[in-house]
Design a protein around this ligand. Sequence first.
Ligand SMILES: *[C@@H]1O[C@H](CO)[C@@H](O)[C@H](O)[C@H]1NC(C)=O
Length: 333
Amino acid sequence: MGVGTKKYAWVIVAICLYQWLCMANARKSVHHNAQNDEKLRCNIYEGKWVLDNSYPLYDSLACPHTRREFDCLKYGRLDHQYLKYRWQPHNCDLPRFDGKTFLRKFRGKQIMFIGDSISLNQWQSLVCMLYSAVPHIKILQQGSGSYNNYTFQDYGVSVLMFNSQYLVDIIEEPIGRVLNLNSLKNGDIWENMNVLVFNTWLWWYRGGPKQPWDYIQIGNKKLKDMDRMHAFKLGLTTWANWVNTKVSPTKTKVFFQGISPSHYNNGEDSNPYPLKQIHTLLKHDKNDANDRGKGTRDRGMMDRDRRKVSHNLGKLKSARDNVDRDRGRMKYD
Ligand SMILES: *[C@@H]1O[C@H](CO)[C@@H](O)[C@H](O)[C@H]1NC(C)=O
């Protein structure tokens, strides 16, 4: 992962956490206060970063749960201004993150980040944000081959990190390591969670020694390589089908975080698409079925329509087209 990722990771964490808190509020207003529709309409993704001297939300030096290389302060970075930005939506205010409230709201729940080091970074940040609110609470740490599980004991809230660079599987076969675009076995673990936050992108364009597979498989065909954007689309379609068929909308909230803003600065990375920022968000809940077919009522980014998965892939493609036309100054629609 590039250095840039780490620099911006806190931004991503902040956005992600605000989604949860904002949605928790929004849901309440549906059930308890039907007129209070405003919050639902607020697009929390339209806004700007403002300086807020009451930030940061936690002191990373006091948190034992971040990796050294994710923590600029432990590396001795002298300026601290980068820690003091808060996201301000144009049309509403977000509640300030409060670790204790968060733990109370998520009592007994399991929250899992799934993806590459972007997700790892988010996971560690959330653990630290919660830890700093309740430093005396015991955190039970369990690890298995593919995931880590940190449980805040008095609350029974588990915050987990599942390592998966592509979401779909890499399978060891006699022929070599096969990236199977149709296989998503780990879903059996994921579907038990209450919140799932996915990311994947960077690794799809990796080649050479950094590429962790030897063949790519579609159906029964094994290929040495293929168009990576197309592979990404197929892999994500497998993932989206899994969400639609296996994830219970009454139990689990699903977020898909598209692409981090920082990897693609002017060809620093080998990735040919210097996409500035694409946030793809998938959310579905028990209202999902009711909302289908109701036309284009504006639901903001808190979309209830699972079909948005493919919709957003469409966006990705048009983003690429824009980049091809106008390298480096991409705007996505
Ligand atoms: C995480 O740990 C908690 C506490 O031990 C446990 O109840 C839960 O089942 C674990 N989750 C997974 C997915 O292993």
